[in-house]
Design a protein around this ligand. Sequence first.
Ligand code: ADP
Length: 157
Amino acid sequence: MKIAIYPGSFDPITKGHLDILNTATLIFDKVIIAVAHNSEKHGFLPVETRLKLIQESVKGLENVEVDAFEGLTINYAREKGASVLIRGLRAVSDFEYEMQLSQANSSLAPEIKTVFLTTKPKYNFISSSTIKEIFLNNGDISKFVSEPVFDYFSNLQ
Ligand code: ADP
């Protein structure tokens, strides 16, 4: 059974993340989408909220599990018996950081491979920070996030 971890901040989950996740579910037997958090660094949304919004957004995807972890992703992957890490690439600007991260991970855990996926062009530019920026300036985020995320943000106003 090929298990893949899709780690990230997901603060909040976007349609870009969901597109990557959807593709990953077609390739692997099980995909664990995992919120990487650090108890000393707080994001925009609490981890519990991020998890709830992911859970509501992935309903209907059968081979997906939702979880959170602290510490090194490779340790978490080993704990879960996963052999693959999924990361997404948007622009060339992502490449340098993602390359460094995957090489560091591969040096620490050669048995765990990183697989890079891209989204459909219409989701390519979406990032959690763009969503927050649009929302905080009263823009419409409905095209970029799932319904549960949109409803959650609408209730914040
Ligand atoms: P992190 O803080 O670990 O970068 P994010 O939640 O921002 O967490 O992103 C998780 C992963 O999803 C990263 O590999 C990121 O490049 C990828 N990703 C996010 N949005 C998109 C998108 N629109 N297209 C492709 N990849 C994406």
